[in-house]
Design a protein around this ligand. Structure first.
Ligand SMILES: [Zn+2]
Length: 178
């Protein structure tokens, strides 16, 4: 399995290029003085690399609560940005990366149009059925979209057509026409 745990996780050149463009357009971002290429070194000799999945879910839920207007859309776009930073070059590599980061276990169902099922989704697997056909994995959908846009070199629109929070045993993401 490719090692997505160190610097090759993020396409550093891409990030530098994006920052140059942002500076050129004079855009200022309210951000932590840490960037993605700096988060891979982990010094936790006792606790190690992994956290409780409940904390991941709590972080996303807290963000939704406090982001305010358009929170779900912001979460989705944050996912797209993160997905693009992963620098995956093929769908196989994306699947490997999802497993390595433990986002879930993806299964490619169809390539054209793209349909991918994700089992054991980090955010929703095991959640109760909310009783409405409303999927909840906005960040994960964004990550998938960002990866696919990078791989296919075009804009894609991905919807979550099934979700564990709607009573399914997996999340299903499919490409739809815009
Ligand atoms: Zn889901």
């Amino acid at each position: 399995m490719t090692d997505f745990t160190i610097f090759n996780l993020f396409n550093i050149n891409n990030i530098k290029e994006k920052e140059k463009q942002q500076n050129a357009t004079g855009k200022k971002f309210n951000k932590l003085p840490i960037d993605f290429e700096e988060i891979c070194d982990i010094n936790r000799p006792i606790l190690g690399r992994y956290i409780d999945i409940v904390l991941y879910r709590a972080v996303l839920l807290s963000l939704v609560k406090y982001l305010g207007f358009n929170a779900l859309s912001k979460l989705y776009h944050a996912g797209v940005d993160f997905g693009k930073r992963l620098g995956v070059k093929s769908i196989d590599e994306m699947i490997e990366c999802f497993e390595s980061l433990r986002i879930g276990i993806p299964e490619l169902v169809s390539e054209d149009p793209i349909k991918i099922r994700v089992y054991e989704c980090a955010f929703c697997s095991g959640l109760p059925n909310i009783g409405k056909p409303v999927p909840v994995c906005h960040f994960e959908r964004g990550v998938l979209t960002g990866c696919l846009e990078d791989i296919l070199n075009k804009k894609v629109k991905i919807v979550e057509s099934k979700c564990c929070a709607n009573g399914y045993d997996c999340c299903e993401f499919k490409e739809v026409s815009k």
